[in-house]
Write a protein that binds this ligand. Structure first.
Ligand SMILES: O=C(O)[C@H]1O[C@H](OP(=O)(O)OP(=O)(O)OC[C@H]2O[C@@H](n3ccc(=O)[nH]c3=O)[C@H](O)[C@@H]2O)[C@H](O)[C@@H](O)[C@H]1O
Length: 468
């Protein structure tokens, strides 16, 4: 079933452009030059007494244009409140940006990317994994690592512009060079997901597509609901209907601990006091996972990531933009808590997170449902993946200054009330026991690797290098 997806936006643009083109040659191109001394709707009759318009073509064209522009404005700016409208429009633009998919050649690429290469050395049976958010930071690393060990991997990403899409494209290039096809599409596109599961009997889904960032949730709340709630449901719907049902591993967040003050954070601690909408949507995701496990027998593992950093990272994260700003001599804001309390994070290096993700895939039990019905109890797990040693943000800056050989222009500011929590600290004993997870990279070592990558990637005139 070959399908070519044209977006509502592009079709609107098409019509708008066509209308504009129709005006050319009839109306003057500069609006101010057209003197409307008579209404263009002034009626004239020809000798056959048939109604003619003085400007028959312009009238038609102008009315069409009004209609198209009116429809465009209606669909893009009508939602509930003005503050909601711009973010909703932004999401529409993102989610509608599904590239063309379908067709024999496309299916061949999908199959070939997801095919398991027999790994002769380990004797391990490979897995076939759909990685959502594959052009993202964690997604690209996990997809690359799976491919390297011989697993079948298909990527999915909508390449939205939350941060520089060129970085996502560069990650995609690295993956495609390694044999991973990244399908361009949105996790909310149910038809696309169904198609992918029709073409490939995935054994696992590594669901990493999400709207990340704690503070951005105040600026664009609906993007979190769209990706982290509706998007997760869309992925789980596709997984529960697939035959065979895959096991699902997905990214939750350390932020679910919210105002929890018992340290270190353990999986059994309270997670009912989120401090940000981001955290609330991740917590909602954990409850949604419970539902799909309970009703449909999906095997689901949630991983609570603790402030992941490293090469090919996310430019919206503090370590990343601090680096950029220190190099440019721009001031950076270091947050402090009430009474000058230190703000600290359990920064976790990407390679440790990749190990944890792969161990979660390898230890995931099989889903038990068929035909959308549960046939027996299935595995439902949640693990902390952190580093177990919180570091103050001021120390992060000190290490960066040393590695960049440049002093930061620092401003100490009160932590804004924007969803941040004062500290995070993971207890990973459960992941250690069940997954063999052992974080091995301290912040100094991990930042050194990040800075090396950063300087190479952003040095002017240098071809985007390195491998994921
Ligand atoms: O573990 C998570 O679940 C989350 O981790 C990450 O969130 P955070 O831990 O908040 O990381 P990040 O923004 O890098 O701020 C780091 C530190 O710098 C402080 N910070 C930040 C900005 C600033 O200008 N100044 C400052 O001091 C700030 O107060 C904080 O103490 C992911 O972004 C998020 O998507 C999610 O995955």
């Amino acid at each position: 079933m070959p399908q070519l997806k044209t977006t509502a936006i592009s079709s609107l643009h098409l019509h708008g452009g066509g209308g504009g083109g129709g005006c050319d040659g009839v109306l003057p191109s500069t609006p101010g030059k057209f003197k409307m001394d008579k209404t263009p709707f002034h009626h004239h009759y020809n000798h056959n007494n048939r109604l003619l318009l003085r400007y028959p073509l312009p009238k038609f064209v102008v009315l069409s244009l009004f209609l198209v522009v009116g429809l465009f404005l209606f669909f893009h700016f009508s939602p509930v409140s003005p503050s909601y409208s711009s973010s909703a429009a932004r999401i529409d633009r993102r989610s509608l940006r599904t590239a063309s998919w379908g067709g024999a050649a496309w299916e061949k690429r999908v199959r070939s990317s997801a095919r398991i290469r027999q790994s002769s050395r380990s004797g391990r049976r490979g897995i076939s994994v759909l990685v959502t958010g594959a052009a993202g930071f964690v997604g690209s690393h996990v997809a690359g690592a799976l491919k390297r060990r011989g697993d079948g991997v298909l990527g999915l990403d909508n390449f939205n512009d939350y941060y520089e899409p060129s970085l996502k494209r560069a990650r995609q290039l690295q993956l495609e060079n390694a044999g991973v096809f990244v399908v361009e599409g949105d996790i909310n596109d149910g038809a696309l997901l169904r198609k992918l599961f029709d073409v490939v009997p995935f054994t696992h889904v590594m669901h990493l597509a999400a709207q990340a960032g704690v503070r951005y949730a105040m600026r664009n709340p609906s993007s979190y609901v769209h990706s982290n709630v509706a998007g997760l449901v869309s992925v789980l719907e596709a997984a529960k209907s697939a035959a065979p049902q895959p096991a699902v591993v997905w990214a939750s967040s350390s932020s679910v601990y919210g105002l929890n003050s018992k340290v270190p954070f353990s999986e059994s601690d309270r997670t009912d006091r989120p401090a940000s909408l981001y955290a609330a949507t991740k917590k909602a995701g954990e409850e949604i996972a419970h539902v799909y496990n309970h009703i449909y027998g999906l095997s689901i593992t949630g991983l609570r990531f603790f402030t992941v950093y490293g090469p090919w990272g996310r430019p919206d994260m503090a370590y990343f933009f601090f680096t950029k700003d220190i190099l440019r001599g721009k001031s950076i804001s270091i947050f402090e808590g009430p009474d000058h309390a230190t703000v600290a994070r359990d920064f976790t290096f990407i390679d440790d997170i990749v190990d944890g993700c792969i161990a979660a895939l390898d230890t995931a039990g099989k889903s038990t449902g068929t035909g959308g019905k549960k046939r027996g109890p299935a595995q439902l797990r949640v693990f902390n993946l952190g580093n177990t040693s919180p570091v103050p943000v001021s120390e992060l800056v000190r290490i960066l200054e040393k590695l960049l050989k440049k002093k930061a222009v620092k401003k100490i500011v009160k932590m804004p009330r924007n969803g941040d929590v004062p500290f995070t600290h993971a207890n990973v004993s459960l992941a250690q026991r069940e997954l063999g997870y052992r974080p091995a990279t301290d912040l100094q070592t991990g930042l050194k690797r990040f800075v090396k990558w950063y300087l190479e990637y952003y040095s002017p005139g240098v071809k985007k290098i390195g491998s994921i």
